[in-house]
Design a protein around this ligand. Structure first.
Ligand SMILES: Nc1nc2c(ncn2[C@@H]2O[C@H](COP(=O)(O)OP(=O)(O)OP(=O)(O)O)[C@@H](O)[C@H]2O)c(=O)[nH]1
Ligand SMILES: [Mg+2]
Length: 454
């Protein structure tokens, strides 16, 4: 079936309508008047003309013509560049539908590209990531995936797994011939280990991928009224959270992202920690601790001496995180007490900074400290980073299957028992590039988050 959809965001000067499917040129011949017969237009050419409805001229347009298999979808297709008026665009879509097109579903062009073998599934997903990319990191990651970075990594893994399978089969085929030497089991073991390391390395890169996509989580925590929300607003340069001198203003976590030196950070303002009998506030405080658990960096705001227990508790909670201790309200604190506070805390292994969130003092120093603490997920252009939860899930399952092979080898299980788990590993990895996925339900799920027109 031939499909059509608006491919550009509404409201621009120009709107592009995409048409794709076997009847593309036939349908266009009913609505487009240009020089010559539309149906004979050669591939990769652009034509000037008019979209007409009966005798009425709807718009002056350009159409680009592509022919199967050399198009994005692999089918005959065309793009109509119209003027961006909502009226015109709706009218053109209406005409196309009236002449045999159907409206495209979200991501249907890319899904067709996948089904026609123009790209594998991981590349198709990269298209959505590319459209959604907001900074250098996410852009690079999507580009590398689109160019087949993950696909080629997986085909290397596949080769190794097939080698392992054939070695095991060899062992099976000749197991009656006692005098024949098979692949040494320790060699098989090493190979399996290498494969698992490879899978685990890819799975681990998901954390970096997530950090790049959603921002490195930074929790802003401390007692009530120390200025956490003021700091969030100052960092975001926006009045995002409510600030007041009432203790316990923030009840729920409030979060937003900003880029610092090209890396996205997700700042999470939390409910101030104190003893409370207020049920709702208590729920908020529980969320504060959950936010600390999920954070990579913790900004601990104080405006007075923390007790020894407070210090210990915070250090305990932030064992595997970067903890930055921030003395806030230095505009108000007397110089002597600020210095005292600072020397009191300096034996702690953490970063220590003094700021005024309200007046913006030392905020750029704080940003540098955050940037440094992030140990920025730097990666080279050729690094393979997994950023898609579906891929991560498949990698984790593949890792579990291959672990069973490793266990089996250690327990001296026979080859036929091992080969089942090997096959499962192969199948699970193949899900990422789509090898065997043709089920409409699975594909529908993958493409449903795409925009219509892509
Ligand atoms: N003088 C001064 N006042 C500040 C500073 N930062 C925050 N404040 C004030 O401290 C009060 C509390 O600020 P908030 O940002 O609401 O504090 P919070 O930590 O979010 O408080 P809760 O949400 O109740 O936990 C407000 O009156 C702020 O204006 C600062 O750097 N200097
Ligand atoms: Mg607050």
């Amino acid at each position: 079936m031939t499909i059509c959809a608006l491919a550009t965001a509404p409201g621009g000067a120009i709107g592009i309508i995409r048409v794709s499917g076997p009847q593309t040129l036939e349908i266009l011949s009913h609505v487009f008047r240009g020089s010559g017969d539309v149906q004979t237009y050669p591939a990769n050419t652009i034509h000037y003309g008019h979209i007409v409805s009966g005798t009425e001229v709807i718009d002056e347009v350009l159409i680009s013509v592509f022919r199967a298999p050399h198009s994005y979808t692999g089918e005959d297709s065309a793009e109509i560049s119209c003027h961006g008026s909502r009226y015109i665009l709706n009218k053109v879509l209406e005409l196309l539908i009236g002449n045999g097109c159907r409206m495209a579903n979200p991501g249907e062009y890319t899904m067709r590209a996948y089904l026609n073998g123009k790209m594998d599934l991981s590349q198709a997903e990269a298209v959505a990531d590319l459209i959604a990319s907001t900074n250098k990191g996410t852009h690079q990651m999507a580009m590398s995936q689109l160019r087949g970075g993950i696909s080629s990594e997986l085909s290397r893994l596949r080769e190794q797994l097939l080698k392992l399978t054939s070695l095991l089969e060899l062992e099976l085929d000749f197991s009656d011939h006692e005098d024949l030497e098979f692949a040494d089991r320790s060699e098989l073991f090493e190979l399996t280990k290498t494969i698992d390391n490879h899978i685990t390395r890819l799975a681990h890169s998901f954390e970096t991928g997530q950090a790049l996509k959603q921002g490195i989580p930074v929790a802003i925590v401390g007692k009530t009224n120390v200025g956490k929300s003021t700091l969030l607003n100052a960092l975001l340069k926006d009045d995002r959270a409510i600030v007041s001198d009432i203790h316990g203003t923030t009840r729920d976590t409030v979060e937003d992202t900003i880029d610092i030196n090209g890396v996205t950070f997700r700042f999470i303002d939390t409910a101030g920690i104190r003893q409370t009998t207020d049920e709702v506030e208590q729920i908020g405080i529980t969320r504060t601790f959950a936010a600390i658990d999920k954070a990579r960096i913790v900004l601990w705001l104080i405006d007075a001496y923390p007790t020894q227990e407070d210090i210990q508790e915070m250090q305990e909670r932030c064992k595997d995180k970067s903890l930055i201790i921030i003395i806030n309200k230095i505009d108000k604190l007397e110089k002597v007490s600020a210095e005292k506070l600072s020397s009191h805390l300096s034996p702690l292994r953490s970063n220590l900074l003094s700021i005024s969130a309200k007046f913006g003092t030392n905020l750029s120093e704080l940003e540098s400290a955050i940037s440094l603490a992030a140990n920025r997920p730097s990666f080279q252009e050729n690094d393979i980073i997994v950023s898609n939860a579906r891929h991560y899930d498949a990698l984790i399952r593949a890792h579990e299957h291959i672990l069973r092979v490793i266990d089996g080898l250690q327990m001296q299980l026979s080859g036929d028992l091992l080969s089942e788990d090997l096959r499962l590993t192969l199948d699970t990895l193949a899900e990422i590039t789509g090898g065997q996925i043709t089920s409409n339900e699975v594909l529908g799920n993958i493409f449903k988050n795409f925009c219509v027109g892509k």
